[in-house]
Design a protein around this ligand. Sequence first.
Ligand code: DGP
Length: 208
Amino acid sequence: MGRGQLILIEGLDRTGKTTQTELLLNNLSPNAELIKFPQRQTPIGKIIDRYLTDKSYELPDQAIHLLFSANRWELIDSIKSTLDSGKHVILDRYVFSGVAYSVGKNIPGMDIHWCVSPDKGLMRPDLTLFLVNEMGSDSRAGFGEERYESVGMQQKVRKQFDLVLKELGDATVKTLNVTGKTIDEVELMIRRQVDNLLSNPNEEYHHF
Ligand code: DGP
């Protein structure tokens, strides 16, 4: 039996990533696990959660950036073991969010190269699906409660995602335009891409 495949769903806030990662988990069940980043239950994840939900809790932008990356490193051994056991791992956000959100803050020195360096060595997904909703995301229920959920920030991050995907992406990264699509339609678009991958799975691991 070959290794499991690492499948990442990326996108701005409230583009339906969480719904779709859960549907994909169901579809691939029982041969898959889902990991959502940031993973807020780990020791580092608890600091990230506080930073996101308590806007009066200040940390230097560089420090929170490194914590988001450290949160991915905290889980990478367990992701690798799951893949080695033949199970697929679905990720809800990963390195591309890590770089796009931080570069979107426009902090001097925090360019793409600086931002990706702590993630260097993390495993590359076998497939990345970047969900784009041209309608924006501010009309979804609950939008605005967390730190980065403002229309201005989302626009900056959207621009950065394009640049980050150009710089760090490769043929395994696909953009899916989900504007105006129903949940079922998006599920089908994702299934097609995943079925393609699973009919021709990767054996070797690649890294950022
Ligand atoms: P979520 O739980 O998916 O809603 O993500 C929480 C927020 O944190 C969201 O606004 C996106 C942002 N975010 C997710 N991952 C990272 C990261 O690695 N770095 C930065 N700076 N922000 C991130």
